[in-house]
Design a protein around this ligand. Structure first.
Ligand SMILES: [Zn+2]
Length: 338
């Protein structure tokens, strides 16, 4: 499938215009001087694909909590056991790893749109989803929705919407990069058809073409700041200027592709430079995501607002984030690496 696309293409991302590509990397280096004292919540970041350096950088930049949606790993899984182990790692090892850098880690669990096309396996995955959706710290069903907009994708999108409804969980909807407008409208119409309240649905990967309809219909509108393929943060500033902060949230969707886990603090810095009111910045980079996903009943702000206690000598199933002889917590500014 998708033979016309670059093999490295990420299903989370739609292809950008030439103009979008020029907006990438517009803020770098000194963003931190604008974001002192600010706290951030990244509601979409695939930390499994990232290094401990990224966790350290996120913590240093003021990211206090994040959500890791279950997604496609870049190549298709061949059996149920790899789905099981992946879901288990999102509520297990990855959460532990995040805690070792003082960041509260939540996740959403779901069958991603791309792998919904492997129907025999998809059926088996559907059977284990309820078990994982009940686990502590699972704040929604996601990321689910359309990729190629096939019949199988629709079938499993609908089945998972029913699951979300039954379990009273928010839904994190991935929108396709091809035929985005059509795919977004279709995703919303189907959610409404299943009787899901729009405020329980976070429509992700929006752009200028989709935002108005998403907000008008009462859904949350998430925006992914992603180099080259999605939104640049200059465009994001314009969207918040035009639509205000209500029900809008920014995420990095950082993953195994060329992406930027610091997209939120950098965007906040640019918003400050462009004189967006600080309260609006707080809403789109922290509070709205918290409010949307706290509807799961799984998020207590008190758990992370003052930071987690970091003890890197702690163990998870007998393993630490440290490798033999490493000292706990690395001082990033130190020039010497021992
Ligand atoms: Zn994603």
């Amino acid at each position: 499938m998708c033979q016309e696309h670059k093999p490295i293409g990420n299903p989370s991302h739609f292809e950008g215009t030439e103009q979008e590509k020029t907006t990438a990397h517009s803020v770098d280096g000194t963003f931190a001087q604008y974001t002192q004292g600010m706290k951030f919540f990244d509601p979409h970041v695939h930390m499994t694909s990232r290094t401990t350096d990224d966790y350290q950088a996120l913590a240093d930049a003021g990211v206090v909590a994040l959500i890791e949606p279950a997604f496609w790993l870049g190549q298709p899984r061949t059996g149920l056991a790899s789905f099981k182990d992946y879901f288990a790692s999102l509520v297990g090892w990855e959460r532990f790893r995040s805690s070792q850098f003082g960041i509260k880690h939540y996740c959403t669990i779901g069958l991603n749109s791309r792998e919904a096309n492997h129907e025999a396996l998809a059926e088996q995955v559907m059977e284990i989803l309820p078990l994982f959706l009940q686990k502590e710290g699972v704040v929604g069903v996601g990321e689910i929705g359309f990729d190629d907009q096939t019949a199988a994708e629709e079938k499993y999108y609908r089945a998972q919407l029913e699951l979300a409804k039954e379990m009273n969980l928010p839904v994190q909807v991935h929108t396709p990069h091809r035929d985005k407008k059509k795919g977004t409208e279709r995703s919303m119409a189907i959610a409404l058809e299943h009787g899901i309240a729009p405020n329980m649905v976070i429509i992700d990967h929006n752009n200028e073409e989709t935002v108005k309809s998403v907000l008008d219909q009462g859904f949350y509108a998430a925006f992914t700041i992603y180099p080259f393929t999605k939104m640049g943060n200059e465009r994001m500033v314009e969207i918040v200027k035009q639509y205000g902060p209500e029900r809008i949230m920014v995420n990095s969707a950082a993953d195994w592709g060329i992406s930027d886990p610091l997209a939120i603090p950098k965007t906040a810095a640019l918003m400050k430079i462009k004189e967006i009111p600080e309260e609006h910045i707080r809403l789109v980079t922290y509070q709205n995501a918290l409010d949307a996903f706290a509807q799961s009943g799984q998020i207590q702000e008190a758990d992370f607002i003052h930071g987690l206690e970091i003890d890197q000598t702690q163990k998870f199933n007998g393993n630490t984030v440290l490798r033999g002889g490493q000292a706990p917590r690395i001082d990033k500014d130190s020039l010497i690496i021992r």
